[in-house]
Design a binder for this molecule. Structure first.
Ligand SMILES: Cc1cc(Cn2cc(-c3c(Cl)cnc4nc(-c5cn(C)nc5C)[nH]c34)cn2)no1
Length: 284
């Protein structure tokens, strides 16, 4: 089945609504099937009243505008949107294996080959975004989904903007992933995503974020770069984490060098071999 073509106006009657897939602050996501083509997608339903109360209409408009124009295998597609009197509907790519953070909580932490495969895919997605001068600004496990072939899909562009910028909306949710320049409210650029990539890599390997603490303590630890990499983490992994978690944005390792870092190169080959073995085994 072909994905919905976004040039035609869409409406709710085009879809058969399936099971709920998840819920967020301003609405829910359902599995949906386009009646004509049988194409599976995710239908995000947001309530206009709650969007107004939460003063997030601007962020939603930006999310739709930015995500509709992105085409990358590691970025969740937004195929289209429409609304009725009470609700806004987003037609989103269906990620067949669901939410990465649930897998991380279940596993506790990921093996180095698995984490390296995810970080390499994130670096590819961020490289694509930064070439378009889009910064995501909200990289964390909760905003990553997993496609049916185990590939990761960066989602939730509610906080993404065109660089450079400074934040005008109050932060909410975890501070764990915020770089020092955003904590200070300074103007910031694409390199904020490099910091968050370092936090993400640490959390994949250790099972908790590097500055995890009470909100106040977390802020103090971030601006003082007060974190420790446990001894069970390989030297190569520790090297990459410390090259991303730099207070000075200019000193963070550029994405091209992340992709070529020894830890990525060595472990990605291992993971590919594992995936091949598993796929052959599953084929029986
Ligand atoms: C509102 C609201 C809820 C959420 C969080 N959220 C995202 C999804 C979701 C999307 Cl957008 C796309 N594909 C998905 N596939 C799953 C899924 C697949 N399996 C096997 N299990 C799940 C769960 N969830 C998807 C759901 N909730 N963001 O804003």
């Amino acid at each position: 089945p072909q994905m919905p073509s976004s040039n035609k106006p869409m409406h709710l009657g085009m879809f058969e609504i399936g099971r709920p897939l998840g819920k967020g602050k301003f609405g829910r996501v359902y599995l949906a099937k386009e009646r004509k083509t049988g194409f599976l997608c995710a239908l995000k339903v947001l309530h206009k009243g709650e969007l107004k109360e939460g003063k997030v209409e601007t962020q939603l408009r930006r999310e739709v505008e930015i995500q509709s124009n992105l085409r990358h295998p590691n970025i969740l597609r937004l195929f289209g949107h429409f609304h009725d009197s009470k609700r806004v509907f987003l037609i989103i790519e269906y990620a067949g294996q669901g939410e990465l953070y649930k897998m991380l909580r279940k596993a506790g932490s990921f093996s180095e080959p698995r984490a390296a495969s995810y970080i390499a895919q994130m670096a590819a997605a961020l490289s694509y975004l930064h070439k378009k001068h889009v910064i995501h600004r909200d990289i964390k496990p909760e905003n990553i989904l997993v496609g049916s072939h185990g590939e990761i899909k960066l989602s939730d562009f509610g906080w993404s903007v065109h660089a450079p910028t400074n934040r005008r909306t109050t932060l909410c949710g975890t501070l764990d992933y915020l770089p020092p320049e955003m904590l200070r409210g300074d103007s910031h650029g694409e390199k904020v995503d490099l910091w968050s990539l370092g936090v993400l890599m640490y959390e994949f390997l250790v099972g908790c974020a590097p500055f995890e603490d009470t909100p106040l303590e977390t802020q103090k630890r971030i601006v003082k770069l007060n974190f420790k990499v446990p001894d069970f983490i390989s030297a190569d992994a520790k090297d990459l984490i410390t090259r991303l978690l730099r207070l000075d944005p200019e000193k963070r390792l550029p994405l091209e060098q992340v992709a070529q870092h020894p830890w990525i190169v060595k472990n990605c080959n291992l993971q590919t071999a594992r995936d091949k073995k598993r796929n052959n085994h599953n084929r029986g």
